[in-house]
Design a protein around this ligand. Sequence first.
Ligand SMILES: [Zn+2]
Length: 246
Amino acid sequence: MNEAAIHTILSRLLLGGSLPGGTKLGEHRLAEIFGVSRERVRKVLHRLGHERLLEIVKNRGAFTIEPDLREGRVVYEARRILESGMVAHLADHLSEAQLARLREHVDAEGEALRRGDQPTWLKLSAEFHFLLAEMVGNPIVQRQAHELIGRTIMLVKRYETTLGSACGCEEHRLIFKALAGRERGRAVKAMSSHLSLVETRLRPIVCDDAGPSLEALLAEAIAAFRAEQGEGASPRHEALAAPAPR
Ligand SMILES: [Zn+2]
């Protein structure tokens, strides 16, 4: 398996939030599972560390991060600052084709929610933000947005208590409407209050059950990745994996 594929599988696993914080991702074990050299695994782990999806501890290895609510407040604040700027820029610059794509996306979110298709809806609601970042057309903004959104996805997976409220679908529609009307101020307000609402919906969950093991989760993630490759990967869903460093 190549490095890009290993990176995609591991970043999805980490963003999935099913592994408890402090779980060690042993190079040796991963090299065996993926059938590649330890050097190759190490390279991927370092990239994930750089993207803040795991923590590299010197001389000890790579560990999953326990997303902490206090740190989460700082990340949400950073998202409000960055994404408010993004929508202010987009209100002035979006093309008609981009607006049509956004409308399609918001409709698809609503449709998934109506069907009660929770996994698709969760994926689409995160992708709404990735899509906005991509439309800004600035690689630095996009990379920062990816890192910040990735970190809050981990938080939402761990702390979201109300099913179906991670990203309010109607809130996304309000942002879209403001952008479609080229209303800069309203778009900034809608984004800022949306992210504040998402943040206030996070509550600590007390859970003592040991979840599935790293091996079991990894086997599942690899199987899902292979199935998707077989069917032809949808580029839309690739948005969940971080962009390659430029
Ligand atoms: Zn959202």
